[in-house]
Write a protein that binds this ligand. Sequence first.
Ligand SMILES: Nc1ncnc2c1ncn2[C@@H]1O[C@H](COP(=O)(O)OP(=O)(O)OP(=O)(O)O)[C@@H](O)[C@H]1O
Ligand SMILES: [Mg+2]
Length: 241
Amino acid sequence: MSQALNLKGVSKGWPSGETALQDVDLALASGEFVSIVGPSGCGKSTLLRIVAGLDTPTSGEVSVKAQTTEFVFQDPTLLPWLTVLENVSLPLVLAGERNDDVARSSLSEVGLAADIDKLPRELSGGMKMRTSVARALVTKPDLFLLDEPFSAVDELRREDLNRMLLSLHDQRRFACLLVTHSVNEAVLLGDRVLLMSNNPGRMAAEVHIPIPRSERFERRFDQDFVSLTRAVAMALRGSSL
Ligand SMILES: Nc1ncnc2c1ncn2[C@@H]1O[C@H](COP(=O)(O)OP(=O)(O)OP(=O)(O)O)[C@@H](O)[C@H]1O
Ligand SMILES: [Mg+2]
């Protein structure tokens, strides 16, 4: 199976002497969806930033095999003076490859076909996040990095966004690293859930989620799903103590 990403022995220290990451190994296959959970400050965002090339490790190897990587942050960072369509078109415009059809089609994939002429201030928090995801889709990424993308959205909207992400992944088959504080979200979306521990930030445990992706959403309250959620929550509790 081809790889999207391979990290070997990645460590990151800060000038203060603090160690953010220690000896992290992580291989991600093409099309694989991996969720990462861990206590606040354990280095999850630092890890994603290193994968994205926004930060450099102190030691270790980072090998990104994916051709196009996109990063979606918790803050949707839309330009307030541009419409939804213009915001989503922007990466293509900046690359000199304006293509409103591509932008429209990614907006319809995230359920915003009827909202393309709105300004960001006319959107709910969930719609802003959808716009941000649509903007990331226009470059056809084969690696998606998501750092707590839905944590500012209420529970029901978040469920809708999770379902949207399941369906986008089913259609597009990008590899994905999702950082989340929600154990439920991690289990719903991940092929595997990685648990990190704190001080220093390390990979502590891994839980495989054997429920077929196409059945995840419907089965999210079933006993086997709930048992997995409990296993991850207990492991997380163990790693934070
Ligand atoms: N640019 C920086 N300079 C110095 N220290 C930093 C920097 N960025 C992060 N840190 C420290 O590195 C550690 C890991 O931070 P990081 O943001 O990666 O954690 P996190 O797991 O994403 O936390 P959260 O769940 O709260 O988002 C923290 O102790 C943080 O204070
Ligand atoms: Mg973070």
